[in-house]
Design a binder for this molecule. Structure first.
Ligand SMILES: *Cc1c(COP(=O)(O)O)cnc(C)c1O
Length: 394
């Protein structure tokens, strides 16, 4: 009697097609079936390329990893994680052990700072926060047990520059890993491996994906052993991303170069425009002649100064409220890198846990705003800011 395969649950492969889809197929499959135990064995041994279980890796994640590897100049296949913080956590937890010491920039992304000040110490890993533009200060913080220096190229929200070249030579000299979170700068403005980074981190959520509809992170290491160690840790800790998020990120990244170039050109225009307004107390933009780390920004960023502009208006919370309310069509939202311009107010968001005094030390007042410039017409954008800044004073 002939078997009736029609009653089986998953009997058929996809229909054959001589032609291939132009768009990467979305592969939500959690499991991949192999032909035999021998084949599966070869896959686990790495002798045969093939997916097994999607927490261990899947095609959509690898497509995104490849795309970032290419622009970042990563030497091995990078690891895509479920968020930027998963990437930061994987590096800090996956490469350290009890008794180790980690140095971090003193103006890291808020959650990275929290990981440094709360979670690592709880697990017996000591931490020190230092100004990363001061290589001598970082040198003094290094101990025998120091394993990692974690920095961002441009700090949040005061947009100060880390001395990456100085830190890279210090890291080489002392055998410490230099980890660079390249989220703000992106490989379009800064190729971290070329400047001596050992590990590069991204929040893909921001400029790389660019549409505020996916949350993903990325890690790549120069050394293959460290790269493998990081991949294994993310798999064990369950930091693997969703295929759909990766599929969306791949789509967003198709226009990354164009978006970045446009946004950073507009940011330069907006920064100069804001500096002309008498109601603006100061403007911070790494591409401006009056930036406090101008020399570093020219050496490190050359002429791609990113899309972030910070500025300060006088007054307190009342003026700040009036400004965001009057900034018509722009989102007041604690993110960056969206296609649309977003405004954030560190005193009420990223830096709310600090005392007013601690904020004042960093130069963050109630009138301090950080702008992530999007793809709007520069002229219209400048008009919106002018109008909103005037409204804040009435
Ligand atoms: C947003 C951000 C992160 C965290 O990324 P998520 O994708 O939000 O988890 C880490 N570092 C920097 C510099 C960021 O801007």
């Amino acid at each position: 009697m002939k078997n009736d395969y029609g009653s089986l649950i998953r009997p058929k492969p996809l229909p054959d097609s001589a032609s291939r889809p132009v768009v990467t197929p979305l592969c939500p499959s959690v499991v991949y079936s192999s032909d035999s135990p021998d084949m599966l064995d070869a896959q686990y041994e790495g002798d045969l390329a093939g997916y097994t279980y999607s927490r261990e890796g899947h095609p959509n994640a690898d497509v995104v990893a490849h795309a970032i590897d290419r622009i970042e100049g990563a030497p091995h296949l990078g690891v895509v994680t479920s968020s930027g913080m998963a990437a930061v956590s994987a590096v800090l937890l996956g490469l350290t052990k009890v008794g180790d010491h980690v140095i971090g920039g003193n103006q890291l992304y808020g959650r990275s700072l929290r990981m440094m000040s709360e979670d690592l110490p709880r697990l017996g890993i000591k931490t020190t926060l230092v100004d990363p533009s001061d290589v001598d200060a970082v040198r003094s913080a290094i101990r025998k047990t120091t394993r990692i220096i974690l920095v961002e190229v441009v700090s949040n929200p005061t947009l100060r520059m880390a001395d990456i070249l100085g830190l890279a030579s210090l890291a080489r000299e002392t055998g410490v890993l230099l980890v660079v979170d390249n989220t703000f700068t992106t490989p379009r403005a800064f190729k971290a491996f070329d400047y001596g980074a050992d590990v590069v981190i991204h929040s893909i959520t921001k400029l790389l994906a660019g549409h505020s509809d996916v949350m993903l992170g990325y890690i790549a290491a120069r050394d293959i052993e460290i790269n493998n160690q990081l991949r294994t840790f993310t798999v064990t800790a369950g930091m693997t991303p969703s295929p759909f998020d990766c599929w969306l990120a791949e789509r967003g990244m198709l226009s990354f170069d164009l978006r970045f170039d446009r946004a950073q050109a507009t940011a330069a225009i907006l920064a100069d425009h804001l500096a002309e307004l008498s109601l603006v107390e100061r403007v911070i933009y790494p591409g401006r002649f009056d930036h406090p780390d101008r020399q570093l920004s020219i050496i490190l960023l050359k002429d791609q100064f990113c899309n972030m502009v910070s500025f300060e208006i006088s007054g307190g919370r009342t003026e700040a409220n009036a400004f965001t309310r009057a900034a018509e069509g722009l989102n007041f939202a604690p993110t960056l890198g969206d296609v649309g311009t977003t405004i954030s107010h560190p005193a009420s968001s990223s830096h709310r846990a600090l005392t007013a005094e601690q904020r004042a030390d960093l130069g963050i007042s109630e009138g301090f705003f950080r702008v992530s410039v999007g793809l709007e017409d520069p002229k219209i954008l400048c008009e919106i800011f002018t109008k909103a800044i005037h409204a804040a004073r009435n």
